[in-house]
Design a protein around this ligand. Structure first.
Ligand code: G
Ligand code: G
Ligand code: MN
Ligand code: NA
Length: 254
């Protein structure tokens, strides 16, 4: 069987799980949220990394049911943790541009929030910068409708793709996630640092929150704090965790 055939059956066979990676406020050290990350284990293929199967799923349309499964599962889990009084402010979920392009996407999200009992302000949706490449205006309506539901919108992998200030300004984003390749270069010279501080300054000019991805060292955190980056995510704080380990992590922070 090809990866595609296995992927078709993966939801009904219960082969997907979510892992959760903590996001931390850099000044207070408090947990701000968790990002849900999709994991696929198939008995024949073993663990297949998202980078390998998400592009396949985007090509054959399976990203729609898979993405819906992810959103429902992440919202359900967030509701459970919040009801238990655990200190989770927000759950972040990755979206494919394909999902956002569906005419019924807003209805789907509304339905899942009602079904799972999660309040809109507890949800953050991550879209990639590639959204801005073709015709970003066609997404403004959808993003605005999400904002009207108090959902936060984050631009993932920021800095990697095409973006310009004027287009960015028109888009109703709340938050920029600086791609980890830039964070990785903080320690390798003044050029790497000045790129990061420029991205942060640009985000602040646009009045967006900034999250640094792929934070691995304390010296990176020190630099990011001085630059007044709001939040960080990365192995320094925690690897992505299974739901059980994520729950333990939340309990320790209670
Ligand atoms: O840990 P990691 O290997 O999970 O993630 C690799 C890539 O897969 C990241 O770019 C991440 O955004 C993407 N990814 C992880 N989970 C999901 C998901 O549920 N939906 C989409 N569209 N992308 C995801
Ligand atoms: O594109 P997105 O931000 O959704 O991707 C998240 C990916 O980054 C996941 O594959 C996750 O496992 C990975 N990741 C998270 N923290 C770190 C880190 O500190 N270093 C590295 N190298 N990868 C990380
Ligand atoms: Mn992401
Ligand atoms: Na990213």
């Amino acid at each position: 069987l090809t990866i595609e055939n296995h992927l078709r059956q993966a939801i009904e066979k219960g082969e997907f799980t979510l892992h959760y990676q903590p996001q931390v406020e850099l000044v207070s050290g408090q947990l701000s949220g968790m990002e849900a990350l999709l994991r696929w284990h198939n008995s024949e293929l073993g663990n297949v990394p998202p980078l390998e199967f998400i592009s396949v799923a985007e090509e054959n349309g399976l990203i729609l049911p898979i993405g819906e499964w992810v959103l429902r599962e992440a919202c359900q889990q967030a509701t459970i943790w919040i009801k238990q009084g655990l200190p989770l402010q927000r759950m972040a979920v990755n979206l494919s541009v394909k999902q956002l392009s569906q005419p019924d996407f807003i209805e789907t999200v509304q339905h899942i929030l009602i079904e799972t009992g999660l309040e809109g302000h507890r949800l953050e949706l991550e879209v990639t910068e590639s959204l801005l490449e073709s015709d970003p205006s066609r997404f403004i309506e959808t993003l605005t409708a999400l904002k009207d539901m108090n959902i936060r919108i984050a631009v993932d992998d920021f800095g990697n793709g095409y973006s310009n200030m004027s287009r960015m300004k028109e888009m109703p984003f709340d938050c920029l996630k600086i791609d980890r390749s830039f964070i990785n270069n903080i320690g390798s010279g003044s050029m790497g640092r000045s790129i990061v501080s420029t991205i942060i300054a640009m985000a602040k000019t646009m009045e967006k929150r900034v999250i640094a991805e792929g934070v691995e060292t304390t010296s990176q955190v020190d630099f990011l704090r001085i630059q007044q980056c709001h939040e960080g995510q990365g192995y320094l704080f925690s690897h992505p965790l299974s739901s059980k380990h994520a729950e333990d992590f939340l309990r320790q922070r209670q």
